[in-house]
Ligand binder design. Structure first.
Ligand code: ADP
Ligand code: MG
Length: 321
């Protein structure tokens, strides 16, 4: 199958490539055209996933399609943006119809659940990697950035932490577990649900936000740096799933939440006055700490002792000590 036939069959013909709100022109021309409503801004983010680095190789192509889009759309959630469109640059070692069919189905499922349209891409031969660029819209000046946290704000997260990191030994076949444990962990790893509705609900309320991709400690470091504040995280407030604690024990679960990757749960800072209404409206808001003046992220135990670990999240180009 040639490049153009492949694009037509698996991508241009896919349900998620048939346009949508804000898509003036989709796949097939030199560029796609997006319409941005007056008073709104375009939020744009790119993510690359490399086989063997960001996902096991080989892996289930349906799950890969789902997960790669979820990871990309999660950045829109973190900005409080509404998804509009995405592009897909796909590099493949060989063309296998079965693989592409399953991959495109996974992509479609996540695209439809996030309300985002495939509007273009590129298809090349080489070691398996995927680059997805997502486009969203957000009312001007209401995007949630990393830089607005203020001393006195609460530090919150939008759900349980560490489940995806807990799933990793299962994904890599290093460990096994019964269904009651494996299912919820693997579901979180393979089909994380970008917290789009929560991000939008936090517009005009949260003072900063991001999606946790590299573990709570490392990602909170980004908020601390950008906002020029200090963050205090309380260990005994971390929301941990029963499955994760059963699989890794209390300490292991805490480590996964603090330093494991791939959660794609929102972390945000919130003036205390906003908390009650968000909870009353049913939003999943878990207070895990607070913002202080100063700099850096400190982890506190139940007695208020500083127990900040040295190692944090995963970094691609970290120098070995
Ligand atoms: P060009 O050479 O002008 O960059 P291409 O031949 O690479 O165009 O692609 C033709 C059309 O198909 C373009 O609209 C492009 O955005 C789209 N396209 C290519 N690869 C993909 C893909 N993997 N997924 C979705 N659209 C794609
Ligand atoms: Mg091209």
């Amino acid at each position: 199958m040639g490049e153009f036939e492949l694009i037509r069959h698996f991508f241009a013909a896919a349900p998620c490539a048939q346009g949508g709100e804000g898509v003036a022109l989709g796949i097939g021309d030199d560029c796609a055209l997006l319409a941005v409503p007056l008073g709104e801004q375009l939020a744009i983010s790119t993510d690359t996933l490399v086989a063997g680095v960001h996902f096991a190789d080989p892996c289930d192509p349906f799950l890969l399609g789902q997960r790669s889009l979820a990871v990309a759309v999660s950045d829109l959630a973190a900005m409080g943006a509404t998804p509009v469109a995405f592009t897909l640059a796909l590099t493949l070692p060989t063309v296998t119809a079965d693989w592409l069919d399953a991959f495109a189905r996974g992509l479609n499922v996540m695209a439809q659940s996030c309300g985002v349209a495939l509007v273009g891409g590129d298809t090349t031969r080489g070691p398996l990697s995927l680059t997805l660029t997502v486009f969203g819209r957000v009312p001007a000046a209401l995007a949630l950035t990393r830089s607005g946290a203020l001393p006195g704000d609460l530090l919150c997260v939008g759900g349980e932490l560490g489940n995806a990191a807990g799933a990793l030994p299962l994904v890599l076949g290093q460990r096994s577990a019964g269904e009651a444990i494996a299912d919820p962990l693997l579901r979180h790893y393979w089909s994380p649900q970008p917290q789009l509705a929560l991000g939008q609900a936090l517009r005009g309320k949260a003072t900063s936000a991001l999606d946790i991709s590299d573990g709570l400690l490392a990602d909170c470091g980004h908020i601390a740096l950008a906002s020029k504040v200090g963050l205090r995280i309380e260990l005994n407030r971390l929301p941990l799933s029963e499955a994760l604690v059963a699989f890794l024990g209390e300490k292991g679960a805490q480590d996964a939440a603090l330093s494991g990757g791939d959660d794609y749960v929102l972390a945000f800072t919130l003036p205390p006055v906003e908390l009650a209404q968000l909870l009353a409206d049913g939003w999943p808001v878990h207070v895990v700490g607070h913002v202080v003046s100063g700099q850096g992220v400190v982890l506190l135990d139940a007695d208020g002792q500083d127990i900040t670990p040295q190692t944090r999240g995963y970094q691609h180009f970290r120098e070995t000590p």
